[in-house]
Design a protein around this ligand. Structure first.
Ligand code: B12
Ligand code: SF4
Ligand code: SF4
Length: 446
């Protein structure tokens, strides 16, 4: 069964490549529409799953961005506020620009270990648990990339296991920025080879560009209520990138929205960060708290973060359109160092040299060792009390960085409170913990 699915997929991929090659060499591929067909074909050859075209008109998006900033939703991400004018008008980034070519690149990695592929619920079952039925949009079940379903089941399974660490799927492998930009650069050169030298720049999460807004205007997906782009044929597990160019290309039609009455992403969000449909308060978002935020994580939010130590995917995991998701074909995005199934205590034990070595070439490295420990300390504070967790925390109790010390102290208090609660519930004596650890629990947990 698995083999026949693979064979079908391989045949479909070969056919897509043949179509791409034919489109790219069509004798009548002249004029703007012909060039667009060729660009789409070259984009597929470069590993993108879709390409679309838009003008630089952003409508009322810049004003909505200003409103969002005025509400303080960006937290400490000052760079978003600093470059509003550039975001509002990409011609300031590329003088004379007329068009944007927007692309998607899938990143969902296959589940590394078969043992963790049997999680509690499929993405669609989980979505059903949340009462998801996007009004009349999902008559038939998804085509079911079995490996994508297994990968999402594995993600749910990791989230359900408080001893394990959850790392956002986009960050399990190598950093995507360079890879996507290099592929876009190759695509831009192929365009120049037929269209002549252009004013152009390639982007992927690297500059003040409203990427989701352009992608939805270019028709490669619609903005979901979680604010990310998603599509009917691929869900949302993809990066966005774009070429902003002086080339004048006719715009595609924007994609129509298909969220219907669904609110699964809003309902599932552990910290209630999606404060209204299409509006995220980043200050509450676990992705922001674990990656962008430098200081102490607000205490009321810590218990809600569970075992999410780098980024968060819940709003995507709950989305019913991700039953159409596909596994990435890029080896770079495959999970490294068993990061999709690692144990919290093990990761907390990494010293700085190990952290730097294991995260070389990964987006994770950017947060540095202290924030890495801060995030894992929160997860350990949320884990059920265990001698191993307390011992790991105690080993970091005198860490040189005050940020780490404070989060470790919080986690130790939580472990102790958990121990006390457990004892109250079971009537168990101190002996229970002394037996497990060989150390008096009071000493160990304070
Ligand atoms: C800053 C940022 C973040 C911040 C803030 C996220 C946010 N939603 O703004 C934080 C750190 C929280 C974050 C988290 C994540 N991010 Co991020 N992030 C960005 C970045 C750099 C800028 C986004 C931005 O401009 N935000 C500012 C606000 C104002 O923009 P906005 O939400 O798009 O706001 C619009 C809507 O609110 C809309 N709006 C308001 N009201 C209404 C009403 C209606 C009816 C409608 C239709 C619209 C609407 O108007 C605003 C202006 O257009 C982009 C890359 C880029 N340059 O675009 C990546 C990007 C959006 N992130 C990405 C990813 C993958 C993530 C995570 C999934 C990572 C993770 N697993 O942890 C999470 C997802 C969290 C989430 N639900 O958004 C991808 C998304 C790919 C995709 N499929 O869409 C991007 C595009 C990077 C990339 N090149 O691939 N991210
Ligand atoms: S990434 Fe997590 S915390 Fe952020 S909006 Fe989505 S579910 Fe909420
Ligand atoms: S989960 Fe969110 S993004 Fe997905 S269909 Fe439902 S409302 Fe739209």
């Amino acid at each position: 069964m698995a083999r026949s699915l693979r064979a079908t997929r391989a045949a479909a991929a070969a056919e897509a490549r043949r179509d791409a090659a034919e489109a790219a060499t069509e004798p009548d591929a002249d004029g703007a529409d012909g060039l667009k067909a060729r660009i789409r074909a070259w984009a597929v050859e470069a590993g993108f799953s879709a390409a679309g075209f838009a003008t630089l008109d952003l409508g009322d998006a810049p004003q909505r961005l200003r409103d969002w900033l005025a509400a303080g939703h960006h937290g400490e991400m000052d760079y978003l506020a600093r470059h509003v004018d550039l975001r509002a008008d990409p011609r300031r980034l590329v003088p004379g620009a007329l068009s944007v070519i927007s692309v998607r690149m899938p990143y969902l990695p296959a589940a590394e270990s078969a043992a963790i592929g049997g999680g509690p619920a499929q993405a669609d079952d989980a979505a059903a648990d949340h009462g998801v039925a996007p009004a009349g949009e999902m008559a038939a079940p998804g085509p079911g990339d079995a490996r994508a379903a297994a990968s999402q089941r594995a993600a749910w399974a990791t989230l359900a296991d408080p001893a394990r660490a959850y790392v956002a799927r986009y960050a399990l492998g190598r950093d995507y920025h360079k890879l996507v930009r290099a592929r876009l650069e190759g695509l831009a050169r192929r365009i120049e080879a037929v269209a002549g030298p252009l004013g152009r720049r390639v982007f992927c999460d690297s500059a003040p560009v409203l990427e989701v807004e352009f992608a939805s205007r270019a028709g490669i997906g619609w903005r979901g209520k979680h604010t990310l782009l998603l599509s009917r044929d691929e869900g949302s597990w993809f990066f966005l990138g774009e070429i902003i160019t002086t080339l004048d290309l006719p715009a595609d039609a924007p994609a129509s929205p298909h969220c219907g009455s669904c609110t699964a992403c809003i309902d599932v969000c552990p910290t209630r960060a999606i404060v209204a449909p299409y509006t995220l308060d980043a200050r509450r978002c676990i992705s922001y708290l674990t990656i962008e935020h430098a200081g102490p994580i607000p205490e009321p939010l810590r218990p809600l973060m569970g075992n999410r130590i780098y980024g968060c995917d819940d709003c995507q995991l709950a989305c019913p359109w991700n039953r159409y998701a596909r596994i990435s074909a890029e080896p770079d995005f495959a999970a490294r160092h068993r990061l999709d199934s690692a144990n919290l205590v093990e990761l907390f034990g990494w010293d700085e040299a190990t952290f730097l070595e294991r995260t070389a070439g990964s987006a994770i490295r950017r947060i540095g060792h202290a924030r890495w420990l801060r995030n894992i300390a929160v997860a350990l504070g949320n884990a059920p009390p265990s001698p191993a967790s307390r011992a790991a925390l105690l080993a970091r109790a005198n860490h040189a960085d005050a940020l780490v010390r404070e989060h470790v102290a919080w986690a130790l208090r939580r472990q102790a409170a958990g121990v006390d609660k457990k004892m109250a519930a079971t009537g168990a004596a101190d002996q229970h913990f002394t037996e497990e650890s060989g150390t008096p629990n009071r000493l160990q947990s304070r």
